[in-house]
Design a protein around this ligand. Structure first.
Ligand code: GLC
Length: 691
């Protein structure tokens, strides 16, 4: 059952693609109270209640016990006590071990989710602006709730198949030559690779849609040479447009009134990488069309994918903020700074960035209304991705494109993927990124992954190796690091052979991973799920935070501690452990339901396959197109018969996905022998083991 409740004057966020009629009954899972402006939803929590959801946030899969704030923030430090990251995913599931319901707060402004933080037995959820739509979903199962929700918010964005390959990225790749060297180092060593990201260094003065003609003298040639090597370049595009006369994007934006404005209608100015910048008003369809078309210039050079950044939007400072800070500094200059004055000085300087007052000082034209930014803050990044998606689609409507964003909200999953932001080279962040996966999937974001190896700080080779062992399973598999940190490309490390071997596992598993991704994208399923979703009546599964289900057939349990040579794993049923060293080198160990210690050397990673299921394994490749989806080995612990639905398509056109569906081939094991049912697929079922 799905019910909708409205409060205040909800704005048309377009998060829902289905018209849910307003509920006429008074049944509400929360006690609702309104103050002058805000609306608060309160619910008592039973001792053992769990709360799932909220997408991209710190802490657990079970969100209970902390306070979260939906307010998209350029947050470079993902500590446990952070309330906001780059995204606002206001969908939660409350589960008491028996019954569950899902709830979506369709509110584009600030929301506070106090989930047993102020008082351990109470969830208090506040909409600061009080204009929102609340949708409550009741279904028989946890996965059923997610599926129903996903029907309401529309299908997930689908990237091209090459985007499932390994991508190398770093803030600092500043020239054509450097890109060529990176690719050569990978190819010479046979380290699989499908893409290289270009960070802000490729631009001129951080101006969107420009590229430095000195360091990239012939971008078209570079793209075409890279394509020969089966590599795609993926440039970054930021939200802020440099304020500079003569810069086409700036001039056009000003002439046409495409930028966000102050109350008096003059364009708002905030600073980001290029210094003083303007911010396109992505809520206006005309602005989206204009901005989206700007991507075409780079596409004309041969670019097929982009990442959108700084689109919370991040603000280093505003005109007003810097004037005020200067005045305050002048006042403090001659003072002997004691405790309070010193901390005040620090606050003045630090407080210039992403300042609340600045977000309250500019306006949008939103669905025919002039709306102050803070009311729709959390939609801004998603609508930038929408502009890109619409622009890329209009370039070639037949072809899929790669686009992933930093900021997002529920609804933006229809227009692009997301990466998990600026993590740090810490062991704890492997676990944090693992926990985000099921939560992001619930909210519709399937194409996602973390900066492998960690963005800030210096990685260590064992950390990168273990992080890659998680990245093997995430649709977006990208190694990315910050400027001035230790070099993080695989070939920089003594353990490069082990890292390469782990990448071969990714490419070997591609038929399975792609297939599961597509099935979930098309049916509203989650590729990653908490164990409790699949085993709701197994109390041991309810609170497991470091293992997640992958696809219908598998469970993953990565190692995330330094110097560990294995880990404890709980198997909710009999499973086949596949201990991979590489695509070719793995062993199969049938294991019984229960708790186990699994030995895992640094170069070994586990995958667990449910007993009675089979998954396909290819022979891998050095790039996605090399992977043969028809010559497969089946892995599984099968008593007698088993089947797997392998979905495949050309991976590049939008049509097969949108109209005809995908090609489905059933891989079967009959009496322990692998056979393929379908068009011309050959399977050597050699690896099927019979109990
Ligand atoms: C932001 C992004 C990061 C990027 C950097 C420079 O911090 O999150 O990925 O490398 O900006 O563009």
């Amino acid at each position: 059952m799905i019910r909708r409740f409205d409060y205040g004057a909800p704005l048309p966020t377009e998060a829902l693609v289905v018209d849910v009629p307003l509920s006429t009954d008074a049944l509400h899972p929360f006690a609702v109270s309104t103050s002058e402006k805000s609306v608060t939803f309160t619910r008592k929590l039973g001792k053992d209640d769990l709360i799932f959801g909220l997408g991209e946030t710190v802490r657990g899969i079970n969100k209970r016990g902390h306070i979260y704030r939906s307010w998209n923030t350029d947050e470079f430090s993902h500590h446990e006590n952070k309330e906001s990251l780059y995204a606002s995913h206001n969908f939660l599931i409350f589960y008491d071990g028996e019954k569950a319901f899902g709830v979506f707060f369709d509110d584009p402004g600030e929301m506070i989710f106090d989930l047993g933080y102020t008082s351990a037995d109470t969830a208090t959820i506040t909409s600061v602006n009080g204009d929102l739509r609340v949708v409550v979903i009741e279904e028989d199962s946890l996965s059923g709730i997610v599926a129903a929700f996903r029907q309401l918010i529309g299908p997930c964005y689908i990237p091209p198949k090459w985007a499932f390959g390994y991508i190398q990225s770093r803030w600092g790749y500043a020239a054509d030559k450097e890109v060529r060297t990176i690719v050569k180092e990978h190819r010479d060593r046979h380290i699989p690779l499908d893409g290289v990201c270009l960070d802000i260094d490729y631009m001129v003065d951080y101006k969107d849609f420009s590229w430095n003609q000195e360091s990239f003298p012939d971008l078209k040639q570079l793209c075409s040479d890279m394509k020969e090597e089966n590599i795609r370049l993926i440039p970054i595009i930021d939200a802020g447009i440099k304020q500079q006369e003569g810069y086409e994007v700036c001039d056009e934006g000003l002439q046409n009134g495409y930028f966000c404005t102050y109350e008096d209608g003059t364009p708002f100015v905030g600073a980001v990488w290029p210094g003083r910048s303007y911010f396109p008003d992505f809520f206006q369809p005309e602005v989206r069309q204009w901005f989206g078309k700007k991507y075409h210039g780079l596409m004309d050079q041969g670019i097929e994918g982009f990442w959108n950044d700084m689109n919370e939007p991040a603000l280093f400072y505003s005109e007003k903020g810097i004037v005020e800070a200067r005045q305050e500094l002048t006042r403090l200059m001659d003072m002997n700074l004691g405790l309070d004055a010193f901390f005040h000085l620090k606050d003045v300087l630090m407080g210039m960035q992403n300042k609340r007052e600045d977000y309250e000082s500019f306006y949008h034209q939103f669905a025919g209304q002039t709306v102050r930014h803070d009311r729709v803050h959390n939609l801004y990044g998603g609508f930038m991705t929408r502009a890109a998606h619409e622009g890329l689609t209009s370039y070639n409507p037949e072809k899929r494109h790669l686009i992933f964003s930093r900021a997002s909200h529920i609804g933006a999953h229809r227009w692009g993927g997301v990466w998990q932001g600026d993590n740090t080279s810490w062991w704890s962040h492997i676990l944090m990124n693992l926990k985000m996966l099921p939560s992001l999937n619930m909210c519709g974001f399937l194409y996602t992954g973390a900066d492998l190896g960690g963005f800030s700080g210096n990685t260590t080779e064992d950390l990168l190796l273990r992080w890659l062992q998680l990245g093997v399973f995430t649709p977006l598999m990208r190694n990315h690091s910050a400027l001035h940190t230790r070099d993080q490309e695989i070939y920089r490390f003594g353990m490069q052979e082990d890292m390469k071997n782990i990448l071969t596992v990714r490419y070997a598993l591609l038929p399975y991973l792609y297939s599961e991704f597509m099935k979930c994208a098309l049916t509203g399923g989650s590729m990653f799920r908490p164990l409790s979703f699949d085993y709701p009546h197994d109390p041991a599964c309810l609170r497991i935070e470091d293992q997640v289900m992958l696809g219908k057939e598998c469970m993953i349990a990565p190692v995330y501690e330094q110097n560990a040579r294995g880990r404890n794993v709980y198997l909710p049923e009999d499973m086949l452990l596949v201990r991979f060293r590489s695509a070719e080198d793995y062993c199969l160990i049938p294991m019984e339901k229960g708790r186990h210690w699994i030995d895992l050397d640094l170069n070994e990673m586990p995958l667990f396959i449910r007993k009675g299921c089979i998954i396909p394994l290819s022979h891998g490749g050095e790039w996605v197109e090399q992977v043969d989806f028809t010559n497969l080995t089946l892995l599984g612990w099968v008593e007698k018969d088993a089947a797997y639905q392998l979905y495949n398509d050309d991976g590049y056109t939008t049509k097969p996905v949108l109209t005809d569906g995908l090609t489905a081939i059933t891989l079967e094991v009959k009496d322990g022998k692998g056979v393929a049912v379908g068009n011309g697929l050959r399977v050597d079922g050699g690896k099927v083991i019979i109990a």
